[in-house]
Design a protein around this ligand. Sequence first.
Ligand code: ADP
Ligand code: GLC
Length: 512
Amino acid sequence: MTMGGDGGSLIPIAMGHAPAPNTLLRQAYDMSRVLAVTSEIYPLIKTGGLADVTGALPLALNAAGVETITLVPGYPAVLQGLKNPGEVWHFPDMFGGHAYVIRGTAASLDLLVLDAPHLFNRPGNPYNGPDGREWHDNGIRFAALGAAGAAIGNGLIPGLSFDIVHAHDWQSAMAPVYLNYHHGPRPGTVLTIHNLAFQGRFAASLFPRLGLPGSAFGFDGLEYHHDVSFLKGGLCFADRLTTVSPTYAREITTEEYGMGLDGLMRYRAASLTGIVNGIDDAVWNPATDELIPHKFSRGRIGQRAGNKTALQRRLGLVESQSALVIGVVSRLTSQKGLDMLLENLPGLIADGVQLALLGSGERELEFSFIEAAARNPGAIGCVMGYNEQLAHLIQAGSDALLVPSRFEPCGLTQLCALRYGSIPVVSRVGGLADTVIDANEAALTAGVATGIQFSPATPEALEDGLRRLLILWRNQPVWQRMQRNAMNADVSWRNPAAHYATLYNSILAERS
Ligand code: ADP
Ligand code: GLC
């Protein structure tokens, strides 16, 4: 491993050089700029909501006058999807192999792709091989992403200077760590926590390979129960921390939701902000959505009925407008609480309710839902796997969308549901609590309800929430009012992007 060519740098990669000028996409910039660093980005590579956020936020920031360029690993899907590619840097030794930085675009995103074939040219998803097991060298792979983010964020590439490096989750949390140990001027750093449950924890034997001073492996650094934790490092060293809803920002300072890091979250509470996510309202627009058979809008809500029929047909459900169809689009893991739905299925079926579920995840949960569908043909329809088209059809054709999470940093499917006029039924945690207005007496009287919240996240409270849902369904004037409210909710990125812009500015003001 080679130390950086720039004397003060502790970034453990050979800094290399730009290619001959004719291949360098030089541009003259004078406005302030953000380098986002992420391990996934929609529409190129996605395993969850992180990709939706990193794919949409830069566009909203650009619209708000904050230029954002995103660094993402060069997995095969990313390199294949990249338009107008041009090499802008060559690292001769990045943790044991050559790496190139390719600048290009995809779906209006301005991208820098870290093309390190020895680390990222692999089949499977970003973290696991085709056998579903994590790659053995994920520590090195995402240390490389962080190191490249730190170097590029610090102005490595001619013509590309940055004021802020914005890292997302543990996979890019090493960027603020490396920048913290860089001597001399550096950009401001932000780390966004999308899910505190994923911490990037590796054996202590990784530490010497990271090229950091010994002091970085301490209680106030990367060390976590004798292991290395990338997330903890980022949480210690980023100038500012954000998470994806105000309620989750409070929750993670408590033992119940802090995943072992609540002490650190309390310590850094003054630097922690909760900014609720938006959704890309061009991708999720029922009036123009190419993935649904019947387009609709607030004014033409009657058109939804055709989508309900299409959904029922697609999932083998009895075609009936009067049956309440509850949709689910989710990873099937304990976070998402769908085991609690299993317990409630007999009651729902008895009430004539239908379930349309799209999910993938833990084998046992998948199996339980498939079995329930086999036992209740016409009432329960399940598809296991990842299917973008069906996700849109469920949002457009279901009457209600269930998100019974045990914890939920933000949650995006309830936002899509609001926009598509499917009434969200959510547990009162994290971003679910912040984005759905419960149909309690006060909200119904004021005519502002958009959905149902239940609490605590238990099968009994869920049952109660579902009972309330059914009562509302049977009162169609009230239901339709809720649908209109839901579709009126602002779930766009406009406000959140303005919050991020203010946050960036406050960091710059502090540092100037
Ligand atoms: P998380 O990131 O925790 O899984 P979010 O609600 O933030 O939860 O984001 C999930 C994203 O993934 C949403 O865009 C949702 O539509 C999508 N999604 C989840 N499961 C599936 C699936 N099986 N098929 C298609 N899209 C899915
Ligand atoms: C994580 C969280 C989810 C959030 C998403 C995007 O995957 O589990 O709640 O919406 O990140 O921030």
